[in-house]
Ligand binder design. Structure first.
Ligand code: SAH
Length: 215
């Protein structure tokens, strides 16, 4: 094992420790954060910030979410190994890698072709193989539904109704709700075929979830 690998590994473990101090409790989330090399999901010029608990810019004016947010959303999923999860907003692919580390069967959609292609190359190189799609997350993936859990990593203007229909009964969606200025982390559970229940879990700020696709 090279020194660089060990140093990176130590940095990831320190980040996990930091998140534990901030209140993240799910051991499988913390173990995944401690393993995934976040510096490989960002521009080399930002290397020194890779393991700080901060969001960072990626291509196309988007962001790689703050590690605390990634961990918090992952914790709210209460994943069991093998569960089928749909992520909206692949972005850098970091969140998808965390879900793969946690043993989920991961599906993820990204609306920017360039981000989709970069994330695909990166994740495959690292040995992760989530099912990645270039498309509009508002549509979800009806042909692969139902999902046990859905994780939305951009802020929609309103509840994406089509996604609710792609949840299995008993499953839930974790998403930031409240428009562009700031959102409440929200969990919407599909209680029965037609019944949903909602709970709120604190304030966050995400990039907007936009309709359609772009190059
Ligand atoms: N999960 C990402 C966070 C990226 S930020 C990560 O770990 O890096 C949110 C991402 O959602 C951006 O890449 C943005 O392009 C994407 N996005 C926004 N609206 C979308 C939509 N309708 N469908 C799919 N992706 C969308």
């Amino acid at each position: 094992m090279s020194d660089t690998f060990q140093n990176n590994h130590r940095e990831a473990e320190n980040l996990a420790r930091d998140l534990r101090r901030k209140g993240i409790r799910d051991e499988r989330v913390l173990a995944a954060i401690g393993k995934v090399p976040r510096h490989l999901f960002i521009d080399e010029g930002l290397r020194e910030y890779a393991y700080l608990d901060k969001p960072l810019p990626i291509e196309k004016g988007q962001t790689i979410s703050q590690p605390y947010t990634v961990a918090y959303q992952s914790e709210l999923l209460k994943l069991k190994p093998g569960e089928k999860v749909l992520e909206i907003g692949t972005g850098s692919g970091y969140q998808a890698a965390i879900l793969c580390e946690m043993g989920a069967d991961v599906y993820s959609i990204e609306r920017y072709k360039e981000l989709y292609l970069t994330a695909k190359k990166r994740l495959n190189k690292l040995g992760y193989s989530p099912n990645l799609f270039f498309g509009d997350g508002y549509e979800g993936l009806p042909e692969h539904a139902p999902f046990d859990k859905i994780l939305v990593t951009a802020a929609p203007d309103e509840i994406p109704e089509k996604l609710l229909r792609q949840l299995r009964v008993g499953g839930w969606m974790v998403l930031p709700l409240g428009g562009r200025m700031g959102q409440k982390m929200t969990v919407i559970k599909r209680v029965s075929e037609e019944k949903f229940s909602e709970s709120e879990h604190g304030d966050f700020i995400f990039v907007p979830m936009q309709k359609g696709t772009e190059e």
